[in-house]
Design a binder for this molecule. Structure first.
Ligand SMILES: N[C@@H](CCC(=O)N[C@@H](CS)C(=O)NCC(=O)O)C(=O)O
Length: 137
């Protein structure tokens, strides 16, 4: 498998680059530069309709069109499920597979943090960055 990672300058894309390196995966990198308005360039919409970064294109052997995955959390889950299983804690206590309430504490923490990163902490970080940038009023 080979992937292409689309990275926007000064963005969350570094998370994905870090992971690709950590997993020692082969990838091509395409960098998009922010405009003077600090937004992503329009070409990024040709990669994915959201026009946001990061996005990865996964080229599966024997499949013509690459699979396009957006959202850093979804990209991290996809890559770790196939190539970094050791990074994901065991989901169930031993002998309790699939039973409700039998998830391990570490797996529940892992899932919480996957969503917390984008759902709760990121809006604060972005607000902080914007308020402390030259773009602040
Ligand atoms: N929840 C998305 C957020 C993607 C996102 O907002 N990316 C920013 C860069 S950190 C972006 O592309 N901004 C450019 C723009 O909105 O024009 C993710 O985690 O991938």
């Amino acid at each position: 498998m080979r992937s292409q990672s689309c990275r926007l300058t000064q963005s969350r894309s570094h998370r994905i680059l870090w992971l690709l390196e950590e997993l020692k995966l082969d990838y091509d990198l395409k960098v998009y530069k922010r405009g003077s308005d600090m937004l992503a360039p329009a070409e990024l919409k040709q990669v994915h309709p959201l026009g946001k970064s990061p996005v990865i294109n996964v080229q599966i052997p024997g499949v013509e069109e690459p699979m396009v995955i957006a959202e850093s959390g979804a990209i991290v889950e996809y890559l770790t499920e196939y190539f970094g299983k050791w990074m994901i804690p065991a989901r169930y206590l031993e002998g309790k597979d699939g039973q409700i309430g039998c998830e391990t504490e570490s797996w529940l923490r892992y899932r919480h943090l996957m969503h917390y990163a984008e759902g709760s902490i990121m809006p604060f970080l972005v607000t902080f960055l914007v308020m402390n940038s030259k773009w602040a009023f």
